[in-house]
Design a protein around this ligand. Structure first.
Ligand SMILES: *[C@@H]1O[C@H](CO)[C@@H](O)[C@H](O)[C@H]1NC(C)=O
Ligand SMILES: [Ca+2]
Ligand SMILES: [Zn+2]
Length: 594
């Protein structure tokens, strides 16, 4: 990028700078429309049932009696349902409906003795005051349980919590009827059971006459995504279909719900991934599934590839949101969300992720305005290979960009103004590379790390050296900055310091394979990311290497009582950022007790 907006930080300044560019189911498919078997927890299997739905459409529509045309929607809905089914108004409960131009929609539930049904519903649609469709899953009630419960919620809650491996979340319980596969109707207590660690959230339907668990609603069944998993780096590592990858501790309503709107496309509370216009998102390929296959022998812009790219962008930005949230990049710490759920900070600033952005090539960038305004990421197509490559199919680039948003927001309190000096901007590039590396290290053996090798089709990637603890592979030291002028080159020095710190912490404290969704461990990679995020909030506006180092030492004191102090000092000192380092002159001093 040449003309840089002040807010934008690109993955590398210009292509010329890189010296080395060469340029489910155990039952028959006949039950698919009405049943679903879910495995819950370690050993529990439950089959849920939804009575068969009848559906009629009426072409140009059924005339309604003139007397019904002007009545409110609930009344006309109930009258259509009672007429269609030949039942009494006391068996129909209006639920919701709305008007859109000349069209009207209404949704009702079956009801008995004033108790509504969970799974017996009907819907009516009108156009120009004529009924155009009617759907119903109402059931017979000749085998229905009494409407007065004989067991209470406290009498069975412990058993249900154990079965569903979660805890009751205090959401008010309800009493409803449940239609059963054998034609009977049971009275149920409806109770929400949640487990934020394991990412589960169920509605338990418990028999109100004997306390048995009869069915569940799975609130988390958002979608499956064919993507490059966050711990993989590049397209050639292989796409996988991931089911429900969202972390409900970080995104309580999942990735497609902002509390007002629920989408089935690549737009949600944390990010909207689009091309050209924010409305140009990718929709599910089938219900609950984003199953698009990227083929890099075809142009990135071919329709299937574009869809796959938007899905991967949506997935990766959401994943970084969820990981960083666990470690402290929350609403009150100025993160990017549309709805903040009353948890502080300013909302309405989800990330706008522009995929295959037409304004550039061979790069990517991220603009970080203040908290309350959306971060904007632009991903470009790379032109260095005969068939062009899409930066969106290389996760290190997406994670690098999203991390600009994290560091720019968390340094200096959400203003977006505090990584503006060359030195601080350089560290910004370094943190971004280090975060990409953090997501991709796979074991306690810390391996050297290269960035940008797929889009450039060059194993050496886009930086001057791999990140490495070996000075023969990466010789960069604090003093190297004296001769480096460009932020990405300065960033390499910082990223390599962070790589050395990471490797030392993992060598000393081990490696957690669940660090992305569990920030409570004592392993080195968990400790590293805590200190990374904590230090951002601690450090001054426009930090230097020296003040950023001091913030890491302080972060360790604050969170861990300083137990990692000597590990950190030795790592810093090994690359010239010892106690007396100043003015880009190396120093290898560590505290006396280290
Ligand atoms: C995804 O799509 C492929 C190709 O269309 C198909 O073979 C596969 O079964 C689908 N997988 C899922 C889980 O939807
Ligand atoms: Ca915000
Ligand atoms: Zn960058």
């Amino acid at each position: 990028m040449v003309a840089l907006n002040g807010f934008f930080a690109s993955i590398f300044l210009a292509i010329a700078y890189t010296s080395s560019i060469m340029a489910k189911s155990a039952f028959s498919s006949t039950k698919y429309p009405t049943h679903r078997v879910r495995n819950i927890g370690r050993a529990f299997k439950v089959e849920t049932f939804h009575p068969e739905t009848s559906y009629k459409t009426f072409g140009t529509g059924l005339e309604q009696p003139a007397s019904l045309v002007e009545v409110p929607l609930p009344e006309s809905a109930v009258s259509v349902v009672t007429a269609q089914l030949g039942i009494d108004v006391s068996n129909v409960e209006y639920k919701s409906g709305y008007k859109a131009g000349s069209k009207k929609y209404a949704y009702v539930k079956q009801s008995h003795d004033g108790v509504s049904f969970v799974n017996a519903v009907a819907n009516v649609a009108w156009n120009a005051n004529k009924v155009v469709s009617f759907g119903s899953s109402f059931v017979k009630t000749d085998k229905i349980a009494p409407s007065n419960p004989s067991v209470t919620v406290p009498s069975f809650i412990a058993k249900i919590e154990e079965l569903l491996e979660g805890t009751y979340n205090e959401h008010p319980t309800t009493l409803e009827y449940l239609a059963r596969p054998d034609g009977s109707v049971s009275l149920v207590h409806v109770v929400q059971i949640q487990n934020t660690e394991a990412n589960t959230w169920y509605e338990a339907l418990v028999d109100a006459h004997n306390g048995d668990l009869l069915s569940v609603t799975d609130f988390v069944a958002d979608a499956s995504y064919k993507v490059l998993p966050i711990n993989k780096q590049v397209y050639t590592d292989g796409l996988e279909i991931l089911v429900d990858p969202q972390d409900l501790s970080s995104s309580p309503l999942g990735w497609h719900d902002d509390g007002t709107t629920r989408t089935t496309g690549t737009a949600g509370n944390n990010v909207v991934a689009f091309k050209s216009a924010q409305s140009a998102t990718t929709s599910q390929s089938s219900e609950g599934s984003f199953n698009y296959t990227y083929n890099d022998l075809k142009a990135p812009t071919s329709p299937e590839n574009l869809n796959a790219a938007r899905v991967n962008a949506f997935y990766t930005i959401n994943s970084v949101h969820d990981i960083a949230y666990r470690y402290g990049f929350t609403e009150s710490a100025f993160n990017f969300q549309k709805n903040n759920f009353g948890k502080g900070g300013k909302g309405n600033d989800r990330v706008l992720m522009s995929v295959q952005d037409a304004s550039g090539t061979n790069n990517a960038d991220f603009a970080t305005p203040p908290d309350g305004q959306s971060g904007t990421c632009r991903m470009f197509i790379w032109t260095l290979t005969p068939v062009r490559r899409d930066g969106t199919m290389e996760n290190d680039i997406i994670v690098h960009e999203m991390t600009h948003g994290i560091t720019n927001r968390m340094t200096g309190g959400g203003t977006g103004r505090c990584l503006q000096t060359t030195e601080a901007g350089g560290m910004g590039e370094g943190w971004s590379d280090a975060m990409a590396e953090w997501t991709e290290q796979k074991s306690g053996t810390t391996v050297d790390y290269v960035l940008g090798q797929y889009v450039t089709n060059n194993p050496a990637g886009i930086r001057t050296h791999p990140y490495s603890t070996n000075p023969a592979i990466n010789p960069l030291r604090y003093s190297s900055i004296a001769t480096l002028k460009e932020v990405h080159n300065i960033g390499e020095v910082w990223a390599n310091l962070l790589h050395n710190m990471y490797a030392a912490l993992v060598a000393a404290r081990g490696f957690s394979t669940t660090a992305r969704t569990d920030s409570t461990g004592s392993e080195g990679n968990v400790v590293f990311l805590h200190l990374f995020i904590d230090a951002l909030a601690l450090q001054p506006c426009n930090p230097t290497f020296v003040s950023a180092r001091d913030a890491w030492i302080q972060a360790d004191m604050d969170r861990y009582g300083g137990v990692n102090r000597c590990i950190l000092w030795r790592a810093f000192a090994s690359r010239g950022l010892g106690m007396m380092a100043a003015g880009f002159v190396d120093d290898s001093t560590v505290p006396d007790d280290c």
